[in-house]
Each structure stands twice: as C-alpha cells, then as structure tokens.
Design a protein around this ligand. Structure first.
Ligand code: NAP
Length: 293
C-alpha cells in the first residue's frame, strides 16, 4: 500500500505534544518559551516564512518576537542586534532569516549567534556537535525529514538513501543524519558535478531531493517502491488559483508519486516539519535554560 508522508497532519500532532508540554511548565509558574526572529529587508518569501514561524509559535503557547531591519542595515548593525539577543535572558532561541542582503556576509552573521540560542542549528559549533553525535541543535529541515521517516515507520536501516543536493542547510546535514547509528542508511550524496545522476537515483530505496530546481526528478529517475522526500519549494504563477500561484517541488509528482511506496506531497510534506523542528529546538533551549528534563 502506498503511504503519503503527510507533513501537515504530523506537524499538527507534534505541535499538540509541544503545546501540552508548554502548558505543564507554565502551570508551574514558569514563563513560556520565547523564539525570536531577525529579518532584514522585504523579500516576500522570507516575510511569509517568518510570519508562519510566528503563527506556529503562538499556536504552541510560545512567546515570539520579530526584529525587522531595513535592507540598508550594515553587517555591524546586524551583529550588534545579534549580541543583544545573545544576552537577553528572556529569549531562549532566535533565528536570522536567510537569505541576507548581498552586502552582509552570512557566515559572519551565523558565527555571531550564540550556539546555545542557535535553534536553526547553523553555527559551526552545532554542526560540529551534530557530526560528532553529541547533543546539538539539528538544522530544522533535515531534522524534519528524519522525523517524517521515523514517525511514519519508513524502514531506514541498511537502506540505500540517495540525497540530491549538498547545501549546508539541507543536503549535507541530511546525509549526515541519515547515515548515523540508529538510522543506519547507506548514503550517497549527489551534487551538480555528479556523473550519471539518474543511474544513482534509480538505485535509491530512499530518495531525498533538495536541489532547488522545479520538477527536476522525473519518473525515469526512480525505481518502483522508492520512499521519496521532496524538499523543494517553488512558487509558480497559476491564473486558475485565487492566489495567482501554486507551490511545486523538485519532483514531478504527477508522474513519480505512483511509483513510490511513500512520498511527501508538496506543499504539506517537509515544509510543516521544518517549522515544527524549529519549535522543538526552541523547547529544547528553554528546557536547558530552566534545567528541565
Ligand atoms: P541550494 O543551496 O541551492 O543547493 C542546491 C544543491 O543542489 C547544491 O548542492 C547543488 O550542487 C545541487 N544541484 C543543483 N543542480 C543540480 C543538478 N542538476 N544535479 C545535481 N545536483 C544539483 O538549495 P537548498 O537551500 O538546499 O534548497 C533546495 C530546495 O529546497 C529549494 O527549492 C528550497 O526552496 C527548498 N527548501 C525547502 C525547505 C522546506 O522547509 N521545505 C527548507 C529549505 C529549502 P552544487 O553544490 O554542486 O552547486
């Protein structure tokens, strides 16, 4: 039987679990967890992502704050804002919404975030801890992918997992997490210099696609029975919709889904789990703050 890895439904369930835990802590007189976000500029997609994170924070009983800065903000000003959030004891974790304007060096900014508040899991300290298998904040999207596989009981041990894309925020950490002890996939990590890509993707028992190219993966690139995770998000014009657009992924679902044993829809697959992972990381930071189990 084919399984839809329904990220929307699973996210609702996990949010309920988080909300219950928050209620337990606040009923004992503790303040709620606090997630903050910094956003620079007016990029439409970034505004939507931050608004969704804010909405989800409220749904689980967190406090949330958004610090908005104009496009012309300098790197120094942004680093000052980060230092301010690093030292605010009422903020458990914060994110800096990417991408940043071109005149700001993203890595300088990420490096300035306190590893203890780095709920996106992007700082070198957390990436290093993750690779060593130590306690760490795990980047939200790969963490969401692992949660989907685990909660939907997709077998991973000994399975050949092919990851398409090696970005620092998705492909590379996903390859690391999926090959960890306990998950135990045999991982092949592909990128733009990979040769005979389709030959490799056709060997995948689990295929994770994060290359940022609309409907790149087609039916001839997968084997029957593959478990498919489509991370891609693309907004394309669609005049038949009230919104004027629709969301598609990195996979051509109209032809690939019927071949899969399990697949994530787009939208409603990985996206909702990315936000939930951020909430889980914030709860973890909060519990560290208050030394809760
Ligand atoms: P990215 O930084 O653009 O990285 C793309 C990766 O794909 C790179 O490693 C690149 O290889 C590789 N690639 C590009 N063309 C390729 C080709 N023809 N064959 C093989 N590999 C190729 O992308 P990202 O940030 O990881 O995001 C990927 C997608 O996921 C985007 O659509 C993004 O919007 C989406 N996304 C979704 C979520 C979510 O919550 N659902 C979160 C994050 C991102 P090189 O390294 O060689 O250049």
């Amino acid at each position: 039987m084919q399984q839809i890895l329904d990220g929307k439904a699973l996210a609702l369930q996990i949010k309920e679990e988080i909300a219950n835990e928050v209620r337990q802590h606040t009923s004992r007189g503790l303040r709620p967890p606090h997630l903050a976000a910094i956003i620079v500029g007016t990029d439409g997609a970034s505004q939507t992502y931050v608004a969704n994170k804010e909405k989800s924070s409220h749904e689980v009983g967190f406090t949330s704050s958004v610090y908005r800065y104009p496009e012309r903000t300098t790197e120094e000003e942004l680093l000052e804002a980060i230092n301010f959030l690093n030292s605010d004891p009422d903020i458990d974790g914060f994110i800096v919404q990417l991408p940043l304007p071109k005149h700001i060096n993203e890595q300088h900014v990420i490096n300035a975030i306190s590893p203890d508040k780095d709920v996106d899991g992007f700082t070198p300290v957390n990436i290093g801890r993750m690779v060593l298998g130590e306690d760490a904040f795990i980047p939200a999207t790969p963490m969401g992918i692992c949660t989907l596989l685990e909660r939907y009981d997709v077998p991973t041990a000994g399975q050949h997992c092919v990851v398409l894309g090696r970005s620092n925020i998705v492909g590379t950490p996903a390859a690391n997490l999926l090959s960890r002890k306990g998950v135990d996939c045999t991982v092949t990590l592909c990128h733009s210099r990979t040769q005979n890509l389709a030959e490799l993707t056709r060997q995948a028992d689990i295929l994770v696609v994060a290359i940022g190219k609309p409907e790149f993966v087609t039916a001839d690139m997968v084997k029957e029975g593959v478990a498919l995770i489509d991370v891609g998000i693309h907004r394309i014009a669609d005049e038949t919709r009230k919104s004027g657009y629709r969301i598609i992924g990195d996979v051509k679902h109209s032809e690939v889904d019927k071949l899969c044993s399990a697949f994530t829809p787009v939208p409603g697959g990985v996206g909702p789990l990315t936000i939930v992972s951020l909430l889980q990381n914030t709860l973890k930071a909060y519990k560290r703050t208050f030394k809760l189990k």
